[in-house]
Design a protein around this ligand. Structure first.
Ligand SMILES: NC(=O)c1ccc[n+]([C@@H]2O[C@H](COP(=O)([O-])OP(=O)(O)OC[C@H]3O[C@@H](n4cnc5c(N)ncnc54)[C@H](OP(=O)(O)O)[C@@H]3O)[C@@H](O)[C@H]2O)c1
Length: 352
């Protein structure tokens, strides 16, 4: 029997087939996606599907069953773990047996969350480490510190993100949405790669967004402030997340490490806080009515991170807990390599 996620993704993928590459038809694609997402969310909200908590518990117990014989402590890093999808993901990874390093920029908020998680789960598996993805210095110091105290990394969840913000720059002078969502994670992942390679069957999970399908990797959109559009530049950064995951998957082929990207769904979190002035109250009400909650919104991340059936599956994109078709640009190997080279050049040029 096909799951509802499979059917939703089939409809989304079929629409993508006809619209891909045409900027006007991509608007039709996004509208169709929103309609399908709305129906899917509605079915979750009226309890037509298996309860999300039951599904999460299933993923956790299936993972534990396969890993019963392993006595080795497993380490996971989750970026942006003090809020939203990252918070729920951290909790579920700890329940699956991981020691979770919560890589957050706000120490007070992360420590408060850790106390609550310890109380809720009865586990002492959470550890805060300071990380600001909008600062090369902070990323370097995170990597150095992690390497001093750990020799392995079994799971990296590149989750942190910002969206729709007014034009801004990272500490190193790079457009903020690209700099945080893509470049910071690019630098972090590469810095940790030798430890990931030292860990058996390690996984890298990149949280992108379906919005990325309407983005494109074009250097001028990242370098030229006059071309900045807060919505489109979010899509650009999320397209880069998918392209980075695909390129890294190719570079790591044969190592046993898998790299996949995903769309978590339309989730009620703090991410969309840049509302037009005066609409904040109404937006909060709409969010709680129309968007899925944190448990529902973490299902795809947890499945991609843990599911034993995904062993060896790499370079794929997931949503609604199922694999989905990718836009042609993300599958263009030459463009993905171009993004990789551009990212390296930017880091070199902007490092002091
Ligand atoms: N919510 C959705 O509907 C949706 C849809 C598609 C994709 N996504 C993706 O899902 C991921 C998680 O977002 P969310 O919805 O859970 O939003 P959220 O609640 O706002 O969480 C975002 C997290 O990223 C952290 N972060 C932001 N900038 C950072 C930086 N420079 N360094 C370190 N951490 C930073 C935030 O830290 P602070 O608390 O310090 O700000 C926060 O912990 C994002 O990548 C987002 O693009 C979300």
């Amino acid at each position: 029997m096909y799951s509802l996620g499979y059917i939703a993704n089939y409809l989304i993928s079929s629409t993508l087939y006809y619209c891909d590459g045409n900027p006007y038809l991509m608007k039709v694609f996004l509208a169709t996606y929103l309609l399908i997402e709305f129906v899917y969310t509605l079915l979750i909200k009226i309890d037509v599907l298996t309860s999300p908590r039951t599904k999460l518990d299933q993923y956790i117990s299936e993972y534990k069953e396969v890993n019963t014989t392993s006595t080795e402590e497993k380490f996971a890093i989750v970026t942006g773990a003090n809020s939203g999808i990252g918070l729920e993901t951290s909790k579920d990874l700890a329940l699956a047996g991981f020691h979770v390093i919560m890589a957050c920029r706000n120490k007070a908020s992360a420590e408060d969350i850790i106390s609550k998680l310890e109380l809720e789960t009865g586990l002492k598996s959470f550890e805060f480490m300071q990380l600001d993805l909008a600062s090369f210095k902070s990323i370097d110091s995170f990597v150095d510190q992690y390497k001093k105290s750990h020799s392995k990394l079994h799971l990296l969840v590149n989750n942190a993100g910002i969206a729709l913000c007014p034009y801004g720059k990272t500490k190193d002078g790079i457009e903020m949405q690209f700099g945080t969502n893509h470049l910071g994670h690019f630098k972090l992942t590469n810095g940790l790669l030798d430890l990931i390679k030292a860990s058996e069957r390690a996984r890298i999970v990149v949280i992108s967004a379906l919005a990325g399908y309407s983005g494109t990797f074009d250097k001028s959109l990242i370098l030229d402030e006059s071309k900045y559009n807060n919505v489109f530049n979010y899509a650009v950064s999320k397209m880069c997340n998918i392209m980075f995951a695909n390129e890294l998957a190719r570079r790591l082929a044969g190592t046993g490490i898998t790299v996949n990207s995903l769309h978590p769904g339309a989730v009620n979190t703090n991410i969309f806080k840049n509302y037009p002035e005066g609409l904040a109250g109404m937006m909060e009400v709409l969010k709680s009515l129309l968007l899925i909650n944190l448990i529902e919104g973490s299902l795809t991340s947890i499945k991609v991170a843990l599911d034993p059936k995904l062993e060896g599956v790499t370079g794929k994109f997931f949503m609604h807990e199922e694999e989905a078709a990718q836009p042609s640009e993300a599958l263009d190997e030459k463009k993905c390599k171009e993004l990789w080279d551009f990212s390296e050049e930017l880091i070199k040029k902007h490092s002091t």
